[in-house]
Design a protein around this ligand. Structure first.
Ligand code: COA
Length: 164
């Protein structure tokens, strides 16, 4: 059996854009590990446990997808599991800048490291987790951007003007 590819990220929360990339990756590679970073450098809205639970519920119907949390460096997680290849989504040119340095830094630490870049549907080119969080906090409806499962988790996050 070939090694699965890894789709790493913070997924705070998972969105339709991520699901779109995941669908493309499973079509191309068969099996994909959605690897969710604890990412202490990002002040996440959802705990690692909630981000993993949301992603698992959103992908339960997708063949070939498993969801795993990881802590620390991505390359250490990859090495420990004998994974070599990651999938990253590119939406706009500014994503590329970040991905470019991430690839080369990671490859300096792990020679086998490879990145496959995929583009989501045009509909999802501007979707981001922070936009989804912002829409919820300000009282908007996140339905066009994230699965219903995510909406349920947001129900416990207070909105800015709930008590007005
Ligand atoms: N659909 C929707 N949103 C997308 C997207 C898509 N197809 N592709 C990217 N994004 C958005 C995310 O929603 C997120 O938005 P936000 O910042 O507004 O919340 C943003 O792009 C980046 O998110 P993500 O793809 O999850 O990357 P990340 O920068 O949060 O995390 C890790 C990337 C986890 C792989 C990286 O931080 C990491 O490897 N961390 C471990 C520590 C490490 O190894 N550090 C050294 C790295 S060089």
């Amino acid at each position: 059996m070939t090694n699965p590819v890894v789709y790493p990220g913070t997924f705070d929360p998972i969105t339709y854009g991520h699901v779109n990339i995941l669908n493309r990756a499973t079509r191309l590679f068969g099996s994909v590990v959605l690897a969710i970073s604890d990412n202490p450098s990002k002040n996440t809205m959802f705990t690692l446990a909630d981000r993993v639970a949301m992603a698992k519920e959103c992908t339960i119907h997708m063949d070939g997808v498993t969801v795993e949390p990881f802590r620390g460096l991505l390359v250490d997680y990859l090495k420990a599991n004998r994974y070599t290849t990651v999938v990253r989504g590119i939406r706009v040119l500014t994503d590329y800048d970040m991905e470019y340095s991430m690839t080369f830094i990671n490859r300096q630490m792990y020679a086998l490291y490879e990145t496959v870049f995929l583009m989501p549907d045009a509909l999802h080119l501007t979707t981001s987790s922070s936009a989804v969080r912002d829409i919820h906090i300000n009282g908007g409806d996140i339905s066009p951007f994230a699965p219903d499962v995510v909406k349920r988790y947001f129900a416990k996050i207070p909105r800015k003007y709930d008590n007005d």
